[in-house]
Design a protein around this ligand. Sequence first.
Ligand code: ZN
Length: 508
Amino acid sequence: MGKVKNFKHLLGDGHSMIDIEKVRKDVEMCERELNEEYYLNLSGLKEELNTASIMEKYSSLFEREVVDHVAALREVSDPEDERRLRYLHYVVTHYYILERVKDLTDSKETEETRMKITVEGEEMPYRLSGVTMLNEDNRPKRQAIHNARLDAIDPLNQIMEERMKKMHALAKELGYANYAKLYGTLKGINFTSLLSEIKELKRRTDRLYKDKMSEVTERIGLKLEEAEKHDIAYLLRAKQFDPHFTKGGSLPALQNTLKGLGIDMNAQKNIIVDVEEREKKTPRAFCAPIEIPDKVMLVTMPQGGYSDYSSLFHEAGHAEHFANTSAGEPMEFKYLGDNSVTESFAFIFDYLLTDRNWVDEYIKMPDTDAYIEHAYLEKLFFLRRYGAKLEYEMRLHTEGLPGMDSVYKTILEDSLVFDHPEKHYLLDHDDGLYCSQYLRAWIFEAQLRDLLKEKFGEKWFLNSDSGGFLTDLWTVGQKFDVVELAQNEGFQGLDVEPLLEEIMTNLE
Ligand SMILES: [Zn+2]
């Protein structure tokens, strides 16, 4: 083919030293070791988190030559190779940027771990104060924690500003118009068209959101406009449902749910469930794929409560996806690709918690209606929040930092109404516009769930054929992106209507 002629020119002498198979092997090992390091630290087995020494070990991956070499190889590859190289191109570019800001990333983490705040004469660690705040019934006390936290974040903002400026400069240095363009191109996501879909969802739920959320804030005597972030976090925490979600019940509920789908979790030797109580273990469930598919950690320290259950189910969705990926798939499809895919499978399990039939089967509570309404309001809140985040982050990453604190406040408040402090403009942010992948996952999950209901009935989760259907989807890992997955299942592509419709029917 004509393209091959360019081969020599594209892969000039400087690149010939790079062995692409070694790059692949190193990326895989680096991913695995990083996941293991996070597992050891977050599970409380190891005090320090030492990602820097792992990055050091694979330093040859973080060179500009590697990025350029992979980009050049894409030009001359057949479609199947190109797909693998596209995923590889994304990860080496992402690594290239992260490696160059790693000291700033670490100093932000260290500072945050070290920081203490004083509330009414009482000293508390900054990190822990967030949880204390959200469980505090007394509003003045909650407000005091919130204010003390706000006062404390200036040094964090300084570090994050420097880090962000550096990342923006690196994106340009790599030849992209800006940071948003880099991530949109390499992730293969059109942020602009995703945002317009999400804005449609926002427009059509404006009144519903304001009405329902106002009912909630009125319970503590506030109008929605008067509420602050800490009030909403406290109200969404919804302690009143805790008695139905007992501490000891989450894991059995998960195992029984999987059994209903024909999946015997106890027989899955490649999923290692870590439920041990450890002092330094993070209370929130997580999944760490140390080796896909042979060693997938599902970690939890049950606390009880609705969100404890939903995070365990979410992480179990990731774990099943990774553990059912075929060992024979190339590294790129096992470890890389579009994370909207694994987030969709996580949501499929997560949102069983909002399914009335599932609740009747596995939880049983007297006032299911109030609970379901609460769960859907929370879901709508998150959708609108992430839609606003996408709009804000697109501006931050195309226009640069100046003035973005007030842009953050304006956009978030336009969608969510209650107060958003300007100072949160960098703290409330994830690298690489990850919010777009959650949004794509929310959209696709609703389509996929409709399909499961259509094929296997309203109680699809009690049918082992649904388990078989999902397992088939899982075998290719993240070979296909979420749009291709939708198309493979007969949809035109991503469609926000099923998501919108389920919210309307469950909240009206
Ligand atoms: Zn997830």
